[in-house]
Design a protein around this ligand. Sequence first.
Ligand SMILES: NC(=O)c1ccc[n+]([C@@H]2O[C@H](COP(=O)([O-])OP(=O)(O)OC[C@H]3O[C@@H](n4cnc5c(N)ncnc54)[C@H](OP(=O)(O)O)[C@@H]3O)[C@@H](O)[C@H]2O)c1
Length: 261
Amino acid sequence: MSQQEKQVALITGATSGIGLAVARLLATRGHRVFIGARSAENVKSTVKQLREEGFEAGGAPLDVRSNDDVKAFVQAAVDQFGTVDILVNNAGRSGGGVTADISDELWQDVIDTNLNSVFRMTREVLTTGGLREKSRGRIINIASTAGKQGVVLGAPYSASKHGVVGFTKALGNELAPTGITVNAVCPGYVETPMAQRVRAGYAAAYDTSEDAILTKFQSKIPLGRYSTPEEVAGLVGYLASDTAASITAQAMNVCGGLGNF
Ligand SMILES: NC(=O)c1ccc[n+]([C@@H]2O[C@H](COP(=O)([O-])OP(=O)(O)OC[C@H]3O[C@@H](n4cnc5c(N)ncnc54)[C@H](OP(=O)(O)O)[C@@H]3O)[C@@H](O)[C@H]2O)c1
């Protein structure tokens, strides 16, 4: 399939931050984008906004922690746009704290939201979404540099994102002969609502201000600043393109030099 032909792209967590930038970029390429997030109101307003910008967009409420939601979401996308060509597993949450004090509920929710969801969505897109039958496809998982190195006070988050990287490598190798590529994009610090929540969490943990945390984090980044959602979306867009056909089972950073691995 040439890149010029319209492809169907599913993006989870696309009402905010990185997911929204990815949806907009893929839509700009002429793809039909189908988005999901928990807030039905935000899904509706984001779809409306994308349509007003002239794009072909649809969406449905989705909690990636629910098998039923995932099934209904993929079926709704197929009903509206046809079988799926591109899946971007982006929905995620932060979460951590002093490890000895972490509750079962927090641990399980971070792993369920960030890792189990990626398996759940991917399986559904391969089956109900029809991707398994195709000779060309793209699965792109938004992991994190925390999926390659440990983050202090972020054990559940780091564990979940390492899991996403491992899943990506295994499935990438499995599907390589089919023409479906599977890659992870690993952002470092990206200015989004999640990044603001993370700074607030560290400010509370270290009893300091959010500005002080921002300065501390920025000083760790060789580039000296956070990445933008659009910069992360740029790599996703490249991986979704025809030119990226031989890139699979990789985990690539967009992090201003934060991670050299
Ligand atoms: N920002 C960073 O610095 C950074 C760095 C590395 C990796 N990442 C990763 O990048 C991804 C996007 O992060 P972001 O910073 O763009 O976050 P964000 O601005 O908080 O957006 C998160 C999106 O995911 C949705 N979402 C959250 N939980 C969901 C669930 N259970 N089911 C379905 N949708 C859900 C949210 O909508 P609802 O709340 O309505 O569901 C929202 O659309 C995440 O996987 C994150 O771990 C971010």
